[in-house]
Design a protein around this ligand. Structure first.
Ligand code: HEM
Length: 253
């Protein structure tokens, strides 16, 4: 995902503004979720539940699985309270990744503060290793959404780690264009976790009242959120590839 000062000069200002707003919103959502789970590690989602209830009531909607909701929440939160180390190893570096990564795409930051870019890049690689390995641990060994979630985590978690690896190899070979593209993919998967949440909330409000199970909604939101975010990143890479390659190395974004 690009920063506003990353856009090629002929990008429409409204498109620039729209992308910047989306990135800021998704980053804010992801960092808030990470902070929420950090502070209320054993029962964050249970604590948020009254707000969900209020929303459903204000819309005049009724969750068809309301009677089993408490058990469902206990099952969801229980995995984090039973595995506090894996949870911390996931959400703390995850929040840090979301805060630092957008700055890496800023040509202004890179040209003025190159040592910061390099050190922040190393921190990001370490953070992504912690995020990716804990994601595989949580998502493959105890998936809330069953096989549908495990498959998504294997795919997108694997892609996330592979993208970081390819980005590191590319920059060691001084291939800035490839480095940029793989970092955009890695960032899209990371920030995709926020798209998953936004889509999850929307699907919850629309599908719970017609009786769709919470695990099904969870799995649907995971696949939709990541496919949409990674797909958008892929489009962005292709649209900007040729233009970016004509620019000098220090300003390639
Ligand atoms: C880098 C930014 C990321 C942040 C800020 C983040 C944040 C979080 C948070 C806060 C939770 C706890 C869920 C909750 O409280 O509702 C969580 C769970 C989880 N995350 Fe991430 N995450 C990130 C990246 C990833 C990536 C890249 C993957 C894998 C592709 C991933 C996979 C998972 C899995 C499997 C769980 C457990 C979900 C479950 O089964 O309930 N996360 N994440």
């Amino acid at each position: 995902m690009p920063n506003a000062d990353e856009m090629p000069a002929d990008t429409h200002p409204l498109a620039t503004l729209f992308l910047a707003c989306v990135v800021i919103l998704l980053t804010g959502l992801g960092v808030s979720a990470a902070l929420g789970r950090l502070v209320y590690l054993p029962d964050f989602v249970t604590r948020v539940e009254p707000f969900r209830q209020q929303l459903l009531e204000s819309l005049g909607l009724h969750d068809r699985h309301a009677s089993g909701r408490a058990d469902e929440l206990a099952r969801f939160d229980g995995r984090f309270s039973a595995h506090p180390f894996a949870t911390l190893m996931h959400v703390a570096p995850g929040g840090l990744f979301l805060i630092l990564a957008p700055l890496q795409f800023s040509a202004r930051v890179r040209s003025r503060y190159l040592p910061f870019h390099r050190w922040s890049g190393r921190v990001l690689v370490l953070a992504s290793f912690a995020v990716g390995s804990s994601a595989l641990y949580l998502g493959l060994l105890m998936p809330y959404g069953g096989a549908g979630e495990a498959l998504a985590i294997a795919l997108f978690g694997g892609l996330f780690l592979a993208a970081i690896g390819r980005a590191v190899v590319a920059i060691l070979r001084k291939n800035v264009d490839r480095h940029r593209e793989w970092m955009i993919r890695a960032y899209a998967i990371a920030v995709g976790i926020s798209t998953v949440r936004a889509i999850g909330a929307l699907l919850d409000v629309t599908l719970s009242p017609i009786g769709v199970r919470p695990t099904t909604i969870f799995v649907l939101s995971i696949w939709t959120g990541w496919v949409v975010t990674l797909g958008s990143a892929e489009v962005w890479i292709r649209v900007t590839r040729r233009r970016v390659r004509t620019r000098p190395m220090s300003s390639a974004a």
